[in-house]
Design a protein around this ligand. Structure first.
Ligand code: MD3
Ligand code: FE
Length: 217
């Protein structure tokens, strides 16, 4: 599945969709950098491999994860938190490649967050059937800082709820190259991802990769 950006531009289909106050989808914002982004992800995972972490309750996450930047998000029997080193190697996480940092900060700027400098990038890999159940992101220090997400590879259906777990979520398809900025009143909304449908993407292969940029420390 791809989007024809020329058709979008000429027929007026929006490249920018406001999901709710504080949440903006920038359709195709990462497309111009797709090859560079995927090469950078390969370098990150060569140094800090994708792994299935355990939830505090002992369940294996279906999404495989790694991190780059000064802080990395981890979960194990001790809980959810940010750590400056990879628990598999006890070494610092790989540095955040410049192409990732620049993309996240440009997207945040477009959405009205003028100086977003992320210090953490969580890299999620979804294979067929992998999903992320409804949750809030609240391990960061400063909720006035946005989160920027970049979708690559296979399409997924993102579910976007409200401030309470029981608020009915809306479904938002996220495609290769889409970038979403979540800030302000959207920052603490519940969200998740439905089980990935099997498929093959020309550049990314049989998976979806999502980057989420945060200011953790
Ligand atoms: C809305 N990842 O890593 S990115 C996560 O596609 C996570 O892998 C999903 O949720 C993924 O925590 C969704 C979109 C996202 C990220 C953070 C948010 C949406 C958000 C924080 C607040 C509200
Ligand atoms: Fe999240």
């Amino acid at each position: 599945m791809t989007r024809d950006l020329f058709a979008d531009a000429t027929q007026g289909s929006p490249l920018r969709e406001d999901l709710c106050p504080g949440a903006v989808v920038l359709r195709g914002f990462a497309l111009a950098k797709e090859t560079h982004l995927l090469a950078s992800i390969n370098e990150i995972t060569a140094a800090a491999m994708f792994r299935h972490m355990l939830t505090p309750g002992g369940f294996r996450m279906s999404v495989a994860m790694t991190n780059c930047g000064g802080y990395g998000w981890v979960t194990d029997g001790k809980g959810y938190r940010y750590a400056t080193t990879d628990p598999l190697s006890d070494q610092p996480w790989p540095a955040m490649p410049d192409v990732l940092l620049q993309l996240a900060s440009a997207a945040a700027k477009d959405a009205g967050f003028a100086d977003f400098t992320p210090d953490a990038c969580l890299v999620n890999r979804y294979e067929a059937g992998a999903r992320m159940s409804l949750h809030q992101d609240r391990n960061e220090r400063d909720f006035t800082q946005p989160i920027v997400s970049v979708s690559l590879g296979l399409p997924a259906i993102f579910i976007f709820g409200g401030m309470r777990r029981n608020d009915k979520p809306v479904r938002v398809p996220l495609l290769h190259g889409d970038v979403v900025v979540w800030g302000g009143p959207a920052r603490l909304r519940y969200h998740g991802v439905l089980a990935l449908k099997p498929g093959r993407h020309a550049l990314a292969g049989e998976c979806r990769i999502n980057l989420t940029f945060r200011r953790a420390g």
